[in-house]
Design a protein around this ligand. Structure first.
Ligand SMILES: O=C(O)CCC(=O)C(=O)O
Length: 278
């Protein structure tokens, strides 16, 4: 619940990851605030105009400084964001910074987490959040393009497919599944999006805190283009450091050549036709 402590912890962990050789570091969904609709308004920060003032968004400044200090690309999980034009409007937003500390991408969660599984879990993000309306593909000049989306977004294969067809080699999802759907679908969805698109997939979750209102699944992981789970944490706090091997995508696509076998004469290519917003 302590934002300052969360930012401090993020700094310690990002520096640790960088020291272990990471060039791109990802934080979990809602890493600076408890995850729950009753918390978002209290923790929300205003990001525009960019850069925002230190008081409007301490998290923006902490992440920007940290990316520079660690000399990494930093996908800053996500944070509750307050609209600059309508203070009642909130988003679940991911900020990505370059190693020089510049903001290079913003993704507002496109698909809000509204589910009701009787006796298990009910969560209605749309009670307080508004959805984003674009797909986020970021070009990292030294490495290539990555797609960034947030948690529930992973259930919608179109988003992943569009990012992959537009050249992303890696799809990153800061996310916080729960003990019900985490056990059922977290790994399955990571491997499914990797299999569909023959790209790397990374999921980053908060660790599980059984004293919190929301118990996250944890199990951050990296999956390769052939859907092998390269590494997976358990539910406790930790860091995954994983090298993504150049050539793995081509090798996978050569073996199972979905790319040349698609039948756009039978069904449309979702990545074409100007039907999506980048
Ligand atoms: O899709 C799920 O089961 C969980 C999604 C979630 O926790 C989220 O979107 O924050």
């Amino acid at each position: 619940a302590d934002k300052t402590a969360n930012l401090h912890n993020a700094r310690t962990k990002v520096l640790e990851a960088a020291k272990a050789g990471a060039n791109l570091v990802v934080l979990p969904e809602c890493f600076n605030s408890p995850y729950g609709t009753k918390y978002f308004d209290k923790y929300a920060e205003t990001l525009l105009p960019s850069p925002p003032s230190e008081s409007a968004s301490p998290t923006f400044h902490a992440l920007s400084k940290l990316a520079k200090e660690a000399n990494v690309y930093l996908v800053g999980g996500s944070i509750p964001e307050r609209s600059d034009t309508d203070s009642k409007k909130l988003y679940n937003t991911s900020l990505t910074f370059s190693p020089s500390g510049d903001l290079i991408a913003t993704h507002r969660k496109v698909h809000l987490f509204d589910i009701d599984i009787p006796g298990k879990i009910k969560f209605v993000e749309s009670e307080v959040l508004s959805p984003g309306n674009k797909i986020t593909i970021v070009d990292l000049p030294e490495y290539g393009k990555i797609g960034i989306a947030i948690c529930y977004d992973i259930r919608f294969p179109e988003l992943a497919t569009i990012a992959a067809r537009k050249g992303a080699f890696l799809l990153l999802y800061p996310g916080a599944f729960n003990l019900t759907t985490g056990a059922l679908h977290w790994e399955l969805l990571a491997r499914a999006r990797a299999t569909d698109n023959q790209v790397f997939v990374g999921l980053c979750s908060p660790a599980r805190d059984m004293n919190a209102d929301y118990n996250a699944w944890g199990h951050s992981m990296v999956v390769d283009p052939n859907a092998h789970v390269l590494q997976q944490l358990d539910e406790k706090e930790g860091i995954v450091v994983q090298e993504l091997e150049t050539g793995k995508i081509e090798e996978t696509r050569k073996g199972i050549p979905l790319y040349t076998q698609r039948r756009f004469d039978v069904y449309p290519d979702v990545s074409e036709g100007g039907r999506f917003k980048e």
